[in-house]
Design a protein around this ligand. Structure first.
Ligand code: NAD
Ligand code: UDP
Length: 337
């Protein structure tokens, strides 16, 4: 059945890939984005990929009037809420901006949805809610631990949504805790496009492969992991996008809320990622071992079985495909610069 889905932050990295997956699954999509962290070319690129017109509302998720008009104009069945600020380091320096967009934005959105009688929501959460977890792979039952204001906003968001569902069973919320999204769409028309020097490993490695940065700094090789470097559960953004379709369809067909990790269940070290990128590009990727990054978590790997049980979600693409699609995307961008 076709549903009409609002994607807040739908022009961003994960939102744009989810748009493609939703259209492929036969749904109508409306994007709300203020382009604070997205390129203006994304909507037309989405049209190129899907062959369908994009319905875009340019605006801010904190703006109640914009939301009221949007819900009055479009009959929305469910919302996926991506719009947020997401840089951990920046959140330490500017916590109020994070409270404002990530918590204030969520609250304004929930009020508008409630007024419109639209009470199904998929929420972008993160493995960061686990802080430094006691177990890896980490199950959804692990306790919340805020390590920084960004993580706090995701914990607070999840808790708000829990109270809302407790207050009114009409609400059904899918909370998706992403591990480390990586890679780009196979068309190389959309992908992650950080404006500054990237903080995350894969986009940083990409810039070194391109020759735009001299070497990768490997933040510590004295962790309790096989090669001493940090381990993460990288998930292809196209797999992640599919997880949203499954979560939405579950909410729409059963009205049952869920909290699931979205990861592969398998971790790779920093050195393994560099080696995989080298294989995908046939380029030399110099690196040096430096000090640990303050606040870094040694290992984040998802317990991935609940996503299989609840959503029937299994990842299909591995690290090599993440590196190859990332490279196709960034080398295409560099060619146009
Ligand atoms: P992104 O920055 O690429 O996308 C966010 C989008 O929201 C952007 O298009 C931006 O322009 C838009 N936006 C920001 N503030 C807005 C506002 N006030 N009103 C309207 N639009 C606004 O980020 P992403 O990587 O696609 O992340 C999407 C969601 O997933 C975020 O909630 C993020 O916290 C969460 N998440 C991301 C990761 C990751 O590693 N990328 C991991 C875990 C969770
Ligand atoms: N990392 C690194 N050099 C970099 C960026 C990241 O060694 O320039 C390491 C980091 O210490 C962690 C892993 O790569 O072990 C993934 O880091 P990222 O910032 O991408 O994800 P997060 O730490 O938020 O999970």
């Amino acid at each position: 059945m076709t549903s009409r889905i609002l994607l807040t932050g739908g022009a961003g990295y994960i939102g744009s890939h989810t748009h493609v997956a939703l259209v492929a699954a036969g749904h109508d999509v409306v994007i709300l984005d203020n382009f604070a962290n997205a390129q203006r070319t994304v909507p037309e690129r989405l049209e190129q990929i899907t062959g369908k017109r994009v319905t875009l509302v340019e605006g801010d998720v904190r703006d109640a009037d914009t939301l009221a008009k949007l819900f009055a104009r479009h009959e929305i069945d469910a919302v996926v809420h991506f719009a947020a600020l997401k840089a951990v380091g920046e959140s330490m320096a500017r916590p109020l901006a994070y409270f404002d967009v990530n918590i204030g934005g969520l609250s304004t959105l929930l009020r508008a949805m409630d007024n419109a009688g639209c009470r199904r929501l998929v929420f972008s959460s993160s493995a960061t809610v686990y802080g430094i977890p006691d177990e890896a792979p980490t199950p959804e039952t692990a306790p919340f631990r805020a390590m920084n204001p960004y993580g706090q906003t995701k914990i607070t968001g999840e808790q708000m949504l829990g109270w809302l569902q407790a207050a009114n069973p009409e609400w059904a919320v899918g909370i998706l805790r992403y591990f480390n999204p990586a890679g780009a769409h196979g068309s190389a028309l959309i992908g992650e496009d950080p404006r500054d020097i990237p903080n995350n490993l894969m986009p940083f490695v990409a810039k070194v492969a391109l020759g735009e940065l001299p070497r990768v700094s490997v933040f510590g090789n004295d962790y309790d992991t096989a090669d001493g470097t940090g381990v993460r559960d990288y998930i292809h953004v196209e797999d992640l996008a599919r997880g949203h379709v499954l979560s939405l369809e579950k909410l729409l067909s059963t009205r049952q809320g869920h909290i699931v990790n979205l990861g592969t269940g398998r971790g790779y070290s920093v050195l393994e990622v560099i080696a995989a990128y080298q294989r995908a590009t046939n380029r030399d990727i110099p690196y040096q071992i430096t000090d640990r990054r303050p606040g870094d978590v040694p290992i984040y790997v998802a317990r991935a079985d609940r996503a299989v049980e609840v959503l029937g979600f299994r990842t299909e693409k591995g690290l090599d495909e993440m590196c190859a699609s990332s490279w196709k995307w960034v080398s295409g961008l560099a060619g146009k610069a």
